[in-house]
Design a binder for this molecule. Structure first.
Ligand code: AGP
Length: 606
């Protein structure tokens, strides 16, 4: 979604701001802009479309200055256009904003009555007029007074032409991070935009404000009380947010999975006792044994990981699990009883639906644990305890490696709970051994990438696709369909295979590709029957089967194999060919794989 970067220092900032915006591109956006302080006022350039169009419009000899702010916008109020792009200006103030000002119409009306004229359709422009209206010579005071009148969410960066070298930031509901440098300071919505400058960061919390100058950073709350913030060190480097020789981030991230899965279980498995140690959980054995019900809250791909978790935890740990779309949970007056554990899953740790659902669960007294990737993200900081998946930065908007790492953590949680209830040490050891083999087995699946590309060539021009799976492979069918639709814009649906008979079978004809996940497990015979049903209607079958399979394979038009494995780790393997299939189809269709249209990496609006 929208991205913010601001820099104040002693050297020219325009090129660094554009570079910062490029590092935020992965979040998804439709227009961009940059503003730089100059002695005569604030110079601003904005463009609809890609950052390159903005960069082409910037004349480095004209856009000179050592303090500036920049923004990528993902439209909410008002269409993507140059006039709606940020920064917005009023008088000698410029502002960029992530989030939504909910009472902007009432504020706008009052400001219009005072003579303010508005150029854009955005809620953000109201904020800059409001700050100008409140300005009495000190920017942070005007920002503070204005924010007290605002309802909604914001992460903002503001400058005034009369206060050279100063950037004021404030946060409520939209992340902001300060990069602490030597002779310069940076403000951004995402550490990716800071990494090229410094690894020392301060994460702002809701209601925090920061005043940045080249020589220092001061942090306050909205009531002007000074707030001491810890300086933390970012643990990953620039190389992790580069493509490393791959054509796309998504492909790089698919190929990273053998390592990212290993990183997810590294140091957390106890092979000798068949057990698991998850330090971040901070739950005693007694508490673990007394969990009566689990609610998993998440969105999108993280929700699909949650569904895998439901199958695993119920089957192996025998604890009832419900998986809920975070956006629905919050508004349906959920029942939280003693003994309920909420597991919140989010790659970004900033998804607003998930964040608000988590807050609702906490308000209702649930014990909440988070499974997140982004260190220091809001969900990571607001959950009492949790587990990082350690997948490293995921830049491709279509989530791949985060999914398999989330599932790995859910396997560990299953084992942790199971060992306290039904799973004996011997069985625990077998599961751990199986998990340790997964990275090598995934490499074998990745080796089929070219063969999958050949299949992709056959189906790249189709308009629809069905994905079928049973049991723990049903969420994998959903995830495969989500991947295909997100990046190739082909309509795709995932179903539990047997449900096909209750409606979707009407769609099957020789033009309908059906991807069937038919690995060797308890439902193999049943899913073979479903494949027969598709074949009888001359649908095209692409099957994902276990190595050595001949039965489903012989009924299929195309066959992808995964190495044989135990049921619990199957989803880690069966999802990989589907990620590759979606990737190759999208590339063949010429789509922008890493930044699919309309999508954002972290969805920070409800
Ligand atoms: C996945 O490919 C998506 N782009 C999307 O569904 C994503 O998983 C969802 O928005 C949740 O994001 P989160 O894990 O960062 O909370």
């Amino acid at each position: 979604m929208c991205g913010i970067v601001g820099i104040t220092g002693d050297s020219q900032v325009a090129a660094s701001l554009l570079e910062g915006l490029r590092r935020l591109e992965y979040r998804g956006y439709d227009s961009a802009g940059i503003a730089v302080q100059q002695p005569e006022g604030i110079a601003c350039v904005k463009r609809q479309g890609k950052i390159q169009e903005l960069a082409d419009a910037v004349d480095p000899d004209e856009l000179t200055g050592i303090c500036g702010i920049a923004h990528t916008r993902w439209a909410t109020h008002g269409e993507p256009s140059q006039v709606n792009a940020h920064p917005h200006q009023d008088g000698r103030i410029a502002l960029v904003h992530n989030g939504i000002i909910e009472n902007y119409q009432a504020l706008k009306q009052k400001l219009e009555e005072k003579g303010h004229e508005f150029a854009s359709e955005t809620d953000t422009e109201v904020l800059v007029h409001l700050i100008n209206d409140q300005y009495e010579g000190k920017l942070e005071d005007a920002v503070r007074r204005s924010l007290k009148l605002v309802e909604g969410t914001y992460g903002i960066a503001v400058m005034h032409a009369d206060e050279p070298g100063k950037i004021v930031g404030a946060r409520r509901g939209s992340p902001l991070v300060v990069g602490v440098g030597d002779g310069f300071n940076v403000l951004a919505s995402d550490v990716a935009a800071i990494l090229g400058h410094t690894k020392q960061v301060i994460y702002l919390d809701d209601w925090d404000m920061a005043v940045l100058t080249p020589d220092g950073v001061q942090t306050f709350d909205i009531d002007n009380q000074s707030v001491d913030k810890e300086i933390e060190e970012i643990t990953w480097g620039l190389e992790q947010i580069q493509k490393g020789g791959f054509a796309h981030y998504m492909l790089k991230e698919i190929f990273e999975q053998p390592e990212t899965i290993r990183d997810a279980f590294r140091g957390r498995i106890l092979p000798a006792s068949g057990d698991v140690k998850l330090g971040g959980l901070q739950l005693t054995d007694w508490e673990l044994r007394n969990i009566r019900r689990i609610i998993i809250l998440a969105c999108g791909t993280s929700y699909h990981a949650g569904l895998v978790g439901e199958y695993l935890i119920e089957e192996y740990a025998r604890i009832p699990v419900e998986v809920e779309y975070a956006s629905e949970f919050r508004y349906r007056s959920p029942i939280i009883e003693p003994g309920t554990l909420c597991i919140v899953i989010s790659q970004s740790g900033e998804t607003i639906d998930t964040l608000e659902a988590m807050r609702e669960a906490k308000r209702r007294g649930a014990k909440v644990i988070g499974i997140t990737n982004v260190v220091g993200s809001t969900i990571a900081r607001e959950t009492e305890c949790g587990v990082y998946i350690h997948a490293g930065p995921e830049i491709g908007v279509a989530s791949t490696k985060a999914f398999t790492s989330q599932v790995t953590i859910l396997i560990l949680i299953t084992l942790l709970l199971g060992r306290r209830n039904h799973i004996n040490a011997e069985y625990g050891m077998e599961i751990i051994e199986e998990l340790q083999k997964v990275p090598d087995k995934i490499r074998q699946v990745l080796d089929q990438s070219e063969a999958i590309k050949d299949i992709a060539r056959v189906y790249a021009n189709h308009s629809n696709c069905l994905y079928l799976g049973r049991g723990v492979n049903y969420p994998i069918a959903l995830e495969g369909a989500l991947k295909l639709k997100e990046i190739s814009y082909i309509h795709a649906e995932g179903y539990p295979a047997a449900e096909m008979k209750h409606g979707p079978i009407a769609l099957i004809d020789p033009n309908m590709p059906v991807v069937v996940i038919g690995t060797r497990d308890a439902s193999y015979e049943k899913i073979r029957g479903n494949v027969q049903e598709v074949r009888a209607r001359r649908g095209k079958i692409i099957s994902v089967v276990s190595e050595g399979d001949t039965e489903i394979a012989s009924l299929s038009d195309h066959v992808l194999t995964i190495p044989r494995c135990r049921g619990m780790v199957t989803p880690l393997l069966s999802v990989v060919p589907l990620q590759l299939l979606a990737y190759h189809i999208a590339v063949l269709r010429g789509e922008d794989v890493d930044q699919p249209r309309n999508l954002a990496k972290a969805v920070t609006v409800e």
